[in-house]
Ligand binder design. Structure first.
Ligand SMILES: Nc1ncnc2c1ncn2[C@@H]1O[C@H](COP(=O)(O)OP(=O)(O)OP(=O)(O)O)[C@@H](O)[C@H]1O
Length: 243
């Protein structure tokens, strides 16, 4: 049903936080079965935008439609997975106990805890107490919780922070398996070398989208050799001709 409709459609979104505008008239779409990257410097509004997608952010204006429903609708609860920068898993429970707990809360299948633990490569640590995991392992435990129930949209805030290149590679392979199954991912990062792996990128700065396109479109459009240079070119262009 409606499989050709975008997984996410945001139009004219405006958000204030602490009395200041942090998202200013943001509009974009994320096609189903793709990885959309949110890239931009710290404080540009990535987390705020993700909070809007999962429906936990008070918005000042605009619309956010997720899988055909307004963001935050009760019907979306099990269809959208969210992994925050701050781990949601309990430090005093093992990885498996955490997954069993969250699976029960979500009403996910009984086989899901073991499935997601394997998917994030934590099979050897399933009985380890979360408080004793390394930073990268903790990150993956948090991601595993977001995979419970097999959500159609996964919103992941900086999922690869603290991971070595090999684990990062494995995680991106997992993301690709998920998109191959039709899952849509929205992934934030402030490192440009991750950006090149996405299908589509939103380059953000100060609550605005500077550019929206595939990595190759963005480098072609700006006549630059890589995304870092493209981003800088776009910032300079904006400074020379402010809207
Ligand atoms: N609760 C809050 N009250 C006031 N201002 C806030 C609040 N939360 C965020 N902000 C401000 O909103 C802006 C956007 O923050 P946001 O967390 O969305 O940025 P970000 O791009 O995700 O940053 P990072 O990459 O550092 O996580 C920042 O200027 C931040 O200081």
């Amino acid at each position: 049903m409606m499989s050709s409709a975008p997984a996410v459609r945001v139009a004219g979104l405006r958000v204030d936080r602490g009395g200041k505008p942090v998202l200013r008239d943001v509009s974009f779409e994320a096609p189903r079965g793709s990885v959309l990257g949110l890239i931009g410097p710290s404080g540009c509004g990535k987390t705020t935008l993700m909070r809007c997608l999962v429906g936990v952010q008070i918005v000042r204006g605009g619309t956010v439609t997720v899988l055909g429903e307004p963001a935050g609708s009760p019907g979306l609860r099990r269809r959208v997975g969210y992994s925050t920068q701050t781990p949601a898993v309990y430090a005093d429970l093992s990885v498996r106990e955490n997954m069993r707990y969250f699976a029960a809360v979500l009403g996910a299948p009984r086989t899901d805890p073991d499935r997601v633990i394997e998917e994030v490569g934590l099979g050897d640590h399933r009985d380890q107490v979360v408080g004793t995991l390394s930073g990268g392992q903790l990150n993956r435990a948090n991601l595993a919780a977001a995979l419970l129930g097999g959500p159609e949209l996964l919103v992941l805030d900086e999922p690869t922070v603290g991971l070595d290149p090999l684990l990062r590679e494995e995680l991106w392979a997992l993301f690709r398996r998920l998109t191959d199954r039709g899952t849509t991912l929205v992934v934030s990062s402030h490192v440009m070398d991750e950006a090149v792996r996405t299908d589509r990128l939103l380059l953000m700065r100060e609550g605005e989208i500077l550019a929206d396109g595939s990595p190759s479109e963005l480098t072609e459009r700006t006549g630059t050799a890589d995304l870092e240079a493209a981003f800088l070119r776009l910032i300079h262009e904006r400074a020379e001709s402010p809207a």
